[in-house]
Design a protein around this ligand. Sequence first.
Ligand code: FAQ
Length: 323
Amino acid sequence: MASETRAETVEDPIQMALFDARIDRGESIEPKDWMPAKYRKQLTRMMSQHAHSEVVGMLPEGNWISRAPSLRRKMSLIAKVQDEGGHGLYIYCGTETLGVDRAELMDQYLYGTAKYSSIFNYPTLSWADMGVIGWLVDGAAIVNQTMLAHASYGPYARAMVRICKEENFHKRQGYELCATLAKGTPAQKAMVQESLNRWWWPSLMMFGPPDKASPNSGDLLRWKVKQKGNDELRQRFVNLTVPQAEAIGLTLPDPDLKKNSETGDWEIGKIDWDEFNAVLAGNGPCNRERIEARRKAHEEGAWVRDAAAAFAAKRAPAAGHAA
Ligand code: FAQ
């Protein structure tokens, strides 16, 4: 990977000091600005993994489009899944401003070791999952991405502003779906409670490992890509979600959940980090299925990329002539 070669670079100390000063002043770093190779590499890693997550994230919900129980629900779900694909495209474009080729990113994702969010390796087993994903998964994404909308790298921060607006719609439709099921028949209430039980802990894992086990947080916080650590954002999400569950009469599946009267935080039980590590190592319930589906889509879409490239090549001389 080209950016890995660049990472070997020993930085000019003057350039480095000027860059750090810009970060300290809260300035936005733009694509043509000087930046340390390690900053570029960290951003490429994080942004491309984020883009892969948005795209693979279309699969669990896409699975239910043909089974939505009403036209209104089907329309919302189609729009949501389509939005997630769009988010992937914005973020891939943002990543390309760092000088990396999208085909290279795809290669690392589909045939290499690039990661994508652990949450999308879990199956969608009931219709209630469409509500719970919107509520919890998009809810967690909003907490994380509202912070990233202030990231020091301009193209990433700007992409997050629009994405967060759309994720807000996703979260609301998901929560409304859960509220409807929770006040429905006993079978509907049981279905949404069962779904919440399955998704709660994986949603907490979306924020990444604890700060003390997060090798990338040091660089990312220093360079103000991340403004907050993994644990603080996870706690913020828990504090927001506990009252939301109570409001619709659902119970979070954590017998140790309790409010700390001094800090006001809702303290949670132990997260199963062995499960998280197993998912990251490719052994979650759906890792193989998800990557196979993405490879198939990519390979079957080769003709579209070829046609678009041929069309662009055909237009290029004509455009040059006109100019
Ligand atoms: N899953 O040192 P850290 C969405 C990896 S979008 C998989 O703490 P960092 C919208 C991490 O990459 C969801 N891998 O890493 C939607 C690193 O591995 P590496 C995606 C994870 O970067 C909704 C290693 O562990 N959002 O949901 C995870 O400082 C519904 C060590 O971790 C983003 O990507 C994980 N959960 O912090 C779509 C947001 N956590 O690369 C469809 C942008 C950690 O060194 C439907 N990303 N790892 O080999 C971030 O904010 C950060 O990258 C974190 C991780 C917080 C995810």
